[in-house]
Write a protein that binds this ligand. Structure first.
Ligand SMILES: [Zn+2]
Length: 400
């Protein structure tokens, strides 16, 4: 049995408290117990946190790419492995590779890749997110208009056949029937409204039929206005609706997000997402999407006309931004990237908090907010120190 204890750090506990005098014991990839250091069994292997924080690993429900790879370009196990590795550096221990609007055949390729990656144990992949193609063309954003489709028999076959156990799907509720929404929900898909121009009435009805949330609140959807609350108003008026938010300071003005959170009076159903693109973990800050060159300018991925194309946001920065831009305390910001998405995905009894019995998916965060180490099921998948040392060695520099 692999057994070791984290000591000498600050544990972020599920109730939001930060404990300095406790040890966390990992046994065979799970959190075995949390107890006073004095009561540790003698001779147990020690992992010294050196005063840093130990938090649950981040969970990201919207990851288009990373490490120079766009999932749409090559929906393969190798792509998922590279994307996962890029995001481990920033504390993500569970994610949904996200396929944006594409041909139906690509959805089946994405499903096959995710199913194989999960069965092969690629660390971090827990399901898939299909963002499109059943979207409203008027709110397509950067999605390819020629690939946006109506949900017909072939479409249903493509999204239901051989789907991974955890499949999230973003659709425009006004572009499909409520019967189709009921059917997709009954088939077990997690449905979110997005790229939608639905009215308050249409979106509210879709919630009653099985849509559980909205994808990137405020972006690519009908806005809250005086006479028509739109998708935004429907989402905020419903206490049950999960709201994915991109906190990069560009997609949505921080004041707008503060007002949204205030209007709910609770953080319970807000979830940080990155909507990350291939630039994450890469020095190269450009890539090609549907034949268009996308560059990072002013911290945002944009095409030549300034239209946003996903983000250059990693989850560690999203958490830091939630603290600095939205005024949240650090444990609250971390909850939006851990316990909340775990609950949204129905995985809260496996991941998302430091609790005995859960997977040992954890991150060590330094005082400056950088992720120093990332563990998935108790296995180290990212080590800042080791990377730093090897980078210095390569450059023939002396590390201090
Ligand atoms: Zn989108």
């Amino acid at each position: 049995m692999t057994l070791f204890a984290f000591v000498n750090g600050v544990l972020l506990l599920p109730d939001g408290s930060q404990a300095e005098d406790l040890a966390l014991i990992v046994a065979d990839g799970k959190i075995a117990s949390i107890e006073p250091r004095a009561s540790l069994p003698s001779g147990i292997a020690i992992a010294d946190l050196q005063g840093n924080r130990l938090a649950p690993g981040f969970i990201d429900i919207q990851v288009n790419g990373g490490g120079g790879v766009l999932f749409n370009d090559a929906p393969t196990v190798d792509s998922i492995r590279k994307i996962a590795a890029a995001h481990h550096r920033f504390g993500t221990t569970a994610f949904l590779p996200t396929l944006i609007t594409d041909h139906l055949g690509k959805i089946q390729q994405a499903y096959a890749a995710v199913n194989t990656a999960i069965s092969e144990g690629v660390p971090g992949v827990v399901g898939v997110h299909i963002e499109g193609p059943f979207l409203n063309i008027r709110r397509r954003g950067i999605h390819d208009a020629s690939k946006i489709a109506r949900l017909d028999e072939a479409g249903l076959e493509a999204v239901l056949h051989s789907r991974p156990a955890l499949t999230m799907m973003t659709l425009a509720p006004e572009c499909v029937s409520m019967d189709q929404i009921r059917m997709l929900k009954a088939a077990g898909l997690l449905l979110c409204a997005g790229h939608s121009e639905g009215s308050y009435a249409e979106i509210s009805e879709s919630f009653a039929c099985g849509v559980m949330g909205v994808t990137h609140l405020f972006n690519a959807m009908s806005q809250l206005s005086g006479r028509e609350p739109g998708v935004v108003g429907a989402a905020l008026a419903s206490e049950d609706c999960w709201c994915g938010i991109i906190v990069d300071g560009v997609h949505v003005h921080p004041v707008t997000l503060r007002l949204a959170i205030k209007s709910r009076g609770s953080l319970d159903r807000f979830v940080l997402v990155t909507d990350a693109m291939p630039t994450i973990g890469q020095a190269e800050k450009r890539f090609t999407l549907n034949g268009q060159e996308i560059r990072v300018r002013g911290g945002a991925c944009q095409n030549s006309r300034g239209r946003l194309a996903g983000s250059d946001l990693d989850m560690a920065t999203a958490v830091a931004n939630a603290s600095t831009l939205l005024g949240l305390k650090l444990p609250e910001a971390i909850r939006l990237a851990t316990a909340n998405p775990a609950k949204m995905l129905g995985l809260e009894s496996h991941i998302g908090s430091l609790r005995p019995g859960l997977d040992a998916d954890m991150i060590e965060i330094a005082a400056d907010g950088t992720v120093r180490k990332t563990w998935i099921k108790g296995r180290l998948v990212w080590d800042w120190q080791a990377e730093h040392a090897s980078a210095c060695q390569e450059a023939l520099l002396t590390c201090s």
